[in-house]
Design a protein around this ligand. Structure first.
Ligand code: ZN
Length: 585
């Protein structure tokens, strides 16, 4: 607001600088957006990172309080806020500001939010289509009926605010987004995104994670309208009678290494997360047997030299060791809570297991099955790859690749881009490729000198496959519906090929250079010819395929779907079949 203009209302915005980095990034962008809006919409904006400013004196002349990325934990601050709201104050909260769980210990706030309690989230942050539920409300009146919201972490609420008769839900996640997530996947159900508890002048918006939130003019309009509605003291709207109970969200945790091939025996191994088993298929994709493993098996790594299969069990905190000769479980190794990424280093016969929310990697000696721990600080590890005696680990929250030296357990770091999601190594030319979904790039690292180059990919590059026989690298771009093809000698993107919508898994047959790209949401697999770099086929598998393995001798590709279903694709004829059922064998 420029000098001399009349201020329509006063806003006080609270934010925290020492919270989750992506929530701080959002707050910084929000402060810029708010200060521009204050000028154009003629309101006074004050901002503070001191939560002690949440007091009677400071709130007295405030028409609107905004919480950008946190809520107060101090009893006095909470009481001042309760008093402010009970006496006609207005509040706008974003994303983490509404977070509450069993440790929050603030029943008034849960009630204020309409009873909503955080239960889970999608991961990593992805864009999503949102639907305006209620176009009669002043906040939504100026936006289209639906729009694409930029990448955000979507919260699941239990209880859902929809169940509260005083709540008016204004915006909901469009069910057409399901399944959404590359690790924590939401598969169905009702997910309110913006709502107001009509007992107060308040609005909660779930958007607010990361540095992409303000890239949508439509969503910006929604925020603009929310501030104007709340700031001008609009009377609390009435609840819509139409609030009805809708299905609760369902979710599953997945890993693109949920299926793996032993190139030595030609056999496929695939997890079935809900049934706690690993299914073994022969080289043609025909059913061999089922192996009972731990609870919620998520990812598999294979040592082809020792013919051992290692299965990370997310819910039992263990790794099951399967003998690939007999396909029987021979050991169960405890590794700690939530093991997620797993890789074998064949040169050292070590297995590396990293866990969600942990900076510790477990190293299993392949000879003895004895586990030791290494504090590596990888920042929410998501994937790993081995090359020579080293294993390379990436995490979404760290802009570095962690290098674990298998000979002496030395840990070192290579600086790359933030928000890494996929990693792959080519043993033929000793290069490592790491894709950043945060800034749409692939970093190419020389495995000897650790020198690195950055290559531009499409939006949200989330999966990498390498044709080691041609040194060609294929990168699936979730946000651009495409595959970037990188020449492994020059490290240049030679072309970009269209895939289906939101491709999220990829595998390559180095025998005939066919590339299989899973478009999980549509239940299709796009097949590329890696030599001509063109699309040569599309196969409908159904069942939301999210992981693929290929046998380069039989040219059979097997996809793993969200419900554990397997589809076999013949890479020559593109015919699809299902593995014969266990009963028929
Ligand atoms: Zn978040």
């Amino acid at each position: 607001m420029s000098h001399g203009q009349r201020s329509r209302f006063q806003v006080l915005a609270f934010y925290s600088e020492n919270t989750e980095p992506d929530h701080v990034d959002f707050a910084k962008d929000a402060l810029k957006f708010l200060s521009q809006l204050a000028a154009s919409e003629q309101f006074t904006l004050e901002t503070t990172s001191k939560w002690d400013d949440l007091n009677n004196e400071r709130l007295k002349n405030c028409q609107l309080v905004i919480w950008l990325n946190e809520s107060p934990s101090n009893a006095e601050q909470r009481r001042a806020f309760e008093r402010y709201m009970e006496h006609g104050g207005a509040w706008l909260g974003f994303h983490a500001a509404g977070y509450n769980d069993k440790d929050t210990d603030w029943p008034w706030f849960v009630d204020f939010l309409g009873g909503a309690v955080f239960e889970a989230n999608s991961w990593p942050p992805l864009p999503a289509h949102l639907i305006i539920d209620d176009q009669m409300h002043p906040v939504t009146a100026r936006v289209p009926r639906s729009f694409e919201s930029p990448a955000n972490e979507w919260y699941v609420w239990n209880p859902s605010p929809r169940l509260n008769k005083d709540v008016r839900v204004l915006v909901t996640l469009d069910p057409s987004n399901y399944p959404i997530g590359l690790k924590d996947v939401l598969t169905s159900g009702d997910l309110p995104v913006v709502w107001t508890n009509t007992k107060y002048k308040m609005l909660y918006m779930n958007v607010g994670h990361g540095d992409k939130i303000f890239t949508s003019p439509i969503q910006n309009q929604l925020i603009d309208s929310a501030i104007n509605w709340l700031g001008t003291g609009a009377t609390p709207s009435e609840a819509t009678a139409a609030n009805r109970i809708r299905a609760r969200p369902n979710r599953i945790r997945i890993n693109p290494n949920g299926i793996a091939l032993n190139p030595e025996t030609g056999k496929f191994y695939a997890v079935n997360t809900t049934q706690d088993i690993v299914t073994v298929l022969d080289c043609d994709g025909q059913f061999l047997r089922r192996v009972l493993v731990g609870k919620e098996p998520e990812s598999i790594a294979i040592n082809r030299l020792t013919n051992r299969i290692y299965v990370a069990n997310g819910d039992s905190g263990s790794v099951t060791v399967i003998d690939g000769e007999t396909d029987k479980a021979i050991a169960n190794v405890p590794v700690g809570d939530l093991p997620y990424s797993i890789a074998v280093n064949q040169a050292t016969n070590k297995v590396y297991v990293s866990r969600t929310f942990s900076d510790v990697t477990t190293v299993i000696d392949g000879q003895t099955n004895i586990a030791a721990t290494l504090k590596v600080g990888a920042g929410d590890a998501v994937a790993e790859a081995s090359l020579g005696g080293s294993t390379y680990l990436i995490g979404y929250e760290s802009p570095q690749i962690t290098v674990l030296d298998g000979t002496n357990d030395h840990v070192s770091k290579i600086s790359v881009s933030n928000h890494l999601w996929a990693i792959a190594a080519n043993p033929a030319n000793k290069k490592i490729y790491a894709a950043s979904v945060g800034n749409a790039t692939v970093t190419v690292i020389d495995g000897k000198s650790f020198a690195s180059k950055v290559v531009n990919a499409g939006e949200l590059p989330c999966a990498i496959a390498i044709d080691s026989s041609s040194a060609t690298v294929f990168v699936a771009n979730y946000g651009s519906d495409s595959v970037s093809i990188i020449d492994g000698d020059t490290d240049l993107v030679v072309t970009t090929v269209n895939a289906g919508p939101n491709p999220q898994a990829i595998a390559v047959d180095s025998g005939n250079h066919k590339v299989f790209v899973a478009n999980t949401r549509t239940g299709t697999v796009t097949i590329l010819d890696g030599t001509n770099k063109t699309v040569v086929g599309s196969v409908r598998t159904g069942g939301a395929p999210f992981a693929i393995a290929v046998n380069s001798k039989t040219h059979k590709a097997v996809t793993l779907g969200l419900k554990g279903d397997l589809s076999v694709i013949d890479g020559t004829t593109f015919a699809k079949s299902s593995p014969s059922s266990p009963q028929s064998k």
